[in-house]
Design a protein around this ligand. Sequence first.
Ligand SMILES: N[C@@H](CCC(=O)N[C@@H](CS)C(=O)NCC(=O)O)C(=O)O
Length: 219
Amino acid sequence: MLKLYGFNVSNYYNMVKQALLEKGVPFEEIKVYPNQEESYLEISPMGKVPCLLTEQGPLTETSVILDYLEESQPGEPLYPAQAYARAKVRELIHELVLYIELPARRCFGEVFFGGTTSAETKAEVEATLLKGVSALRRRSQFSPFIAGESFSYADIVFLHSFDLANQVAERLFQRNLFDELPGAQALMARLAERPMSQRVAVEMRAGMEEFVQLRSAKP
Ligand SMILES: N[C@@H](CCC(=O)N[C@@H](CS)C(=O)NCC(=O)O)C(=O)O
């Protein structure tokens, strides 16, 4: 059986977990926080989560894991069949990660864990987020799903990244990123109603207190 390493509060872990749940693929969850222990680096060389242990060996990097699941597992397809449409979904995933999730993440310490972020970093993050949102406005459909007619991996990545980025934008820049994207808030609400989203959210809340204590204790 596939083994998913990570913890329920990690948004990247939850992207893979939700994909497995949506496809109905059985998997075992192995709780691990990011770490630099030799034994974990053997399967996740950056010490990050998630890591998926397959019969052939370990896999890391969320978008790579999602591709692997699509190619190796049964269940509802979460990419379009046609090559160009499939590439457009991957393009959206990359844009969400590179220009929304990763820049916002630079401010997670201040927004969620009582740390501080320099004014210079904040200015860079705000500028990148605004460009990223503007790219999404040109790119995304939001109706009924982010890439158009079908629920896809891009919806899963959007669900587990955009709201966090918006919390950064609201707290630090007094901006609501949803305001810039017609249809995005309604899509987020629809995605959050999915049974598998609700399961992931319940399990995330259960792990939150322990994680915040652990994370806040770090310098
Ligand atoms: N590029 C990685 C990012 C995963 C990632 O950043 N995970 C976080 C938890 S949400 C982590 O392990 N952070 C610890 C670290 O950066 O050392 C992926 O796509 O899976």
